[in-house]
Write a protein that binds this ligand. Structure first.
Ligand SMILES: [Zn+2]
Length: 391
């Protein structure tokens, strides 16, 4: 449980400056106009779609051996992270993602949506906004990488907050965004027969109707250029782009090379296909994320501009149930204890290697921790940073 009134739960600058100093950043925290950013890159990997500790970090039953055996040796594993059981807190994907991005529970409003999924509108600043407000960082270097069938997550690029919001948003890479890019260009160029253009217009309107903020068709010139190269590679070459979580890695690797993001969140999601009832969809998807994580880390390790200057933060969005009596096992909508049980792994420059931090930590601690690593204050976060990463 999070004690919302506990003053110790706030970011303790003095304590955390040890971590910043270890990274060569000193203890300075932002004030005044945005400054040039000198700190490490941070890649947040949502080990998402809801995973339990049993199939990820428990040695006898894991489907993620790379995470557990190799990566955990490079950093601090926090096996006892939880999603608070506060009234109204739900253990699900969008909710968990916003807990991570805002450092708060229930920091969203449920908006009605004409689609099956409702929209959660963030009401607190996201990590992207804190970061871009504190430092002179263009939107394309604060990146959210999303799966194709979770359009509501497209709108986690900023929250509704008087002092943050649109001006400090992140950019987003996803098939949803690519399709908008492609169709808009096709329509503008009148490229196709009348029938093809009518179909393209219909699809474009359908995609745009998901964008309740009306911004979906506009991305920054750097992102438009990224999509141009993506289309040239996959469109004209005859290559077929990968799907599912492998696609997210593909977008992330290209982004690392072409956009040089300083803060990036990759929202893996495929273990959630277990909702269709087949347990092997779940365990196979975990094994795939494990392999994709290796591709990401190997890519960073092999790039001299990124190796030694990139911190990884790996954390699930939510857990899953452990009731073997369920007709469809591994659900996460029933507020069970196991669905609240997650974990985190952080590694990279300055972070202690090979440590298991066996203390209870809260999912909302990630935001202040990322702020501490990067040298900004996630002021709205309700849980303090994880200071034990450094000593
Ligand atoms: Zn789900």
């Amino acid at each position: 449980m999070v004690d919302r009134k506990n003053p110790k739960a706030r970011l303790d600058r003095r304590q955390f400056s040890g971590g910043l100093a270890a990274l060569g950043l000193g203890a300075a925290l932002p004030s005044g106009p945005a400054r040039a950013y000198q700190g490490p890159n941070v890649i947040i990997v949502r080990f998402g779609g809801g995973v339990r500790r049993a199939e990820t970090i428990e040695p006898q039953t894991t489907f993620a051996p790379y995470l557990l055996n190799e990566l955990s040796a490079r950093g601090v594993l926090i096996p006892n992270m939880t999603i608070s059981a506060l009234e109204g807190v739900e253990t699900s994907h969008a909710e968990g993602t916003l807990n991570i991005l805002t450092g708060r529970y229930l920091a969203y409003k449920k908006l009605p949506s004409p689609f099956a999924q409702q929209h959660l509108e963030p009401q607190a600043p996201t990590l992207f906004e804190y970061f871009r407000k504190a430092f002179d960082i263009p939107a394309h270097q604060a990146l959210l990488i999303n799966g194709e069938d979770r359009p509501q997550e497209e709108f986690f690029t900023y929250g509704v907050h008087a002092h943050y919001g649109l001006a400090f948003r992140s950019e987003s890479l996803s098939l949803y965004r690519f399709k908008l890019y492609k169709l808009r260009r096709q329509l503008a160029a009148n490229d196709g027969s009348d029938e093809e253009l009518a179909l393209a217009k219909k699809e474009f309107d359908k995609l745009m109707s998901r964008d309740y903020r009306g911004l979906g068709a506009r991305q920054s010139p750097e992102i438009e250029a990224f999509w141009g190269r993506w289309q040239a590679h996959y469109g004209r070459s005859g290559f077929v782009n990968p799907r599912g979580d492998r696609l997210l890695t593909e977008l992330a690797l290209r982004a690392l090379d072409e956009l040089r993001p300083r803060l990036m969140m990759v929202n893996y999601q495929d273990p959630d296909y277990v909702h269709w009832g087949n347990a092997s969809h779940y365990t196979r998807a975990i094994a795939i994320i494990d392999a994709e994580l290796k591709r990401l880390v190997d890519h960073v390790d092999a790039d001299p501009r990124l190796a030694g200057n990139t911190v990884f933060v790996v954390v699930p969005d939510c857990g899953r149930d452990a009731n073997p009596m369920m007709e469809v096992p591994f659900q996460h909508h029933f507020n069970t204890k196991v669905a609240h049980q997650i974990w985190a792994l952080l590694f990279g420059p300055g972070i202690v290697r090979g440590r298991v931090l066996d203390k209870p930590k809260d999912q909302t601690a990630i935001a202040a921790t990322v702020g501490g690593l990067m040298g900004f204050r996630a002021g709205g976060a309700e849980t303090g940073a994880i200071t034990e990463l450094f000593a």
